[in-house]
Design a protein around this ligand. Structure first.
Ligand SMILES: NC(=O)c1ccc[n+]([C@@H]2O[C@H](COP(=O)([O-])OP(=O)(O)OC[C@H]3O[C@@H](n4cnc5c(N)ncnc54)[C@H](O)[C@@H]3O)[C@@H](O)[C@H]2O)c1
Length: 445
């Protein structure tokens, strides 16, 4: 499929077709099916009916979080314009796992568990749509996952860079205005990224740093050095949230999330129609998940450059846990609280090594290759980021061990026939990003 004028038409699409307030309130309940919610009995009422709007609830983190909260007694509404699915169509990509449509996902969840999830299909850059969603659902918390989240996608060409910043920055400003106008007590839980900080040669604090300068001291937002137009959209979001929280007395939590790995949470595994997406291509696939899939399909693991790039990582089971903790322990009004949401740090070389060691247990013997780095980033650097705030609130991390790698490898092997190996090699160069729209049918290298 030609991706010609993809992003400009996509922007128009997001402002027209997708945004026609085509709200679909899917509240199917199947009274004949015995509840199969995997949350334990004690956990089932943890949410006490708290109304949580999940923007981006059809995506990788959002879908798992929606089910996790719904299983635990929160009242969940998913708001999503399904643009992530359209990026796959534009660029000829696919999830390794076979994901069904959002309506079928939500209906299946209702039938299997008796828990209704409300579904509103629309675009948060459309303020009228968002305002109507707020008025009808009356959220007590809004989790904002709903952004274009791929660094390579944002570097494909000028129009994708513009789309990414427009979509992300305007969507977040709209959420802030909607809270101010329709739900002033609603807590905004916004997904940022550890990538906002870059790789400074000093320890990374959680959001703020106390600086002494010319004899005076102040605690200020930690300096940000985003490494792509995507990461910079998150930096701009953080500044906008910081300002609006103070100006309008809004409670905000900015979650600087590390790279998420894994596929299964308790809820996404109860039926194949609830399975989460798993990206392996070079545009949307992320470090650990991609290496696991490469190992499973017999492709060498692609280490970019020297492989000393170090980042924070976390299991998707910890993403959903952290979100619940943030919702249950809201920020104070007028505050932008920042949590660094990751559990462990690894370099790319270390990830490849961990997978190489675990792979023989499932009959695989992957190779590693160093490929030219398509990104502009340091390949060897100091990295030490704090992550104590969520642990202090009770987060119990699932650390990366052989078991999780083996389980992931087994999943990847199960679906390996769905993998288009030509999508694996890096295809988007930071240096070559140009104003000409990438129009070929896909982004194969
Ligand atoms: N996956 C990771 O490893 C990771 C790491 C750090 C931070 N994050 C952040 O977490 C969030 C979720 O990431 P993900 O991996 O689930 O991404 P994803 O692309 O799978 O999901 C994002 C969802 O948001 C929706 N969306 C995007 N723009 C929208 C708009 N304008 N209106 C309505 N819906 C919109 C998409 O259709 C998609 O379903 C993102 O903000 C991302 O930046 C993710």
């Amino acid at each position: 499929m030609a991706a010609s004028s993809a992003s400009s038409s996509m922007m128009k699409t997001s402002r027209r077709a997708l945004v026609r307030r085509t709200r679909s309130h899917v509240t199917t309940r199947c009274a004949t099916t015995a509840p199969a919610s995997p949350a334990t009995l004690s956990a089932k009422n943890e949410g006490k009916g708290k109304r949580v709007m999940i923007v981006g609830g059809d995506g990788y983190c959002g879908w798992a979080t929606s089910l996790h909260l719904s299983a635990r007694g929160y009242k969940v509404a998913i708001v999503d314009n399904l643009c992530r699915r359209s990026f796959d169509d534009q660029l000829g990509l696919n999830s390794l796992t076979p994901i069904v449509g959002i309506h079928e996902r939500v209906r299946t969840w209702g039938e299997l568990t008796g828990n209704d999830i409300e579904l509103m299909v629309g675009d948060v850059t459309d303020y009228e749509f968002l305002g109507e969603s707020f008025k009808s659902f009356e959220p007590e918390a809004i989790v904002h996952f709903g952004e274009q989240r791929s660094a390579p996608y944002s570097m494909l060409d000028r129009s994708r860079a513009v789309f990414t910043q427009y979509n992300n920055v305007i969507g977040t400003i709209n959420c802030l205005y909607a809270i101010k106008e329709f739900a002033p007590d609603c807590h905004l839980v916004k997904l940022g990224t550890m990538g906002e900080y870059g790789t400074p040669n000093i320890d990374i604090e959680e959001g703020y740093i106390t600086i002494e300068h010319n004899g005076r001291t102040d605690t200020l937002p930690y300096p940000k050095q985003g490494g792509s137009f995507y990461h910079l959209s998150k930096v701009h979001d953080s500044h906008n949230i910081h300002f609006a929280a103070k100006a309008w007395n809004i409670a905000c939590t900015d979650l600087n999330q590390g790279v998420v790995y894994g596929i299964s949470t308790e809820e996404t595994m109860i039926d194949e129609r609830l399975i989460n997406r798993l990206d392996y291509d070079s545009v949307f696939g992320t470090a650990l998940n991609r290496f696991v899939i490469q190992a499973a399909v017999g492709h060498p693991m692609t280490v970019y450059g020297k492989g000393g790039q170090t980042r924070g990582f976390l299991d998707i089971r910890d993403t959903v846990q952290c979100l619940q903790i943030a919702i249950d322990n809201p920020a104070s009004k007028g505050e932008m609280r920042v949590f660094n949401q990751f559990t462990e740090q690894f370099s790319v070389n270390e990830l490849a090594e961990i997978i190489t060691k675990a792979a023989p247990k499932v009959g695989l013997s992957p190779e590693v290759i160093n490929v030219p780095n398509p990104r502009t980033e340091l390949e060897e650097h100091y990295y030490n980021a704090k992550n104590t705030n969520l642990k202090d609130l009770g987060m119990q991390p699932h650390l990366l061990g052989d078991n999780i790698i083996e389980t992931l490898l087994q999943y990847a092997v199960q679906y390996k026939d769905r993998c288009d190996k030509t999508l694996i090699m890096p295809s988007v160069s930071w240096k070559e990003s140009g104003s000409k729209v990438v129009t070929h049918g896909n982004v194969k290298a």
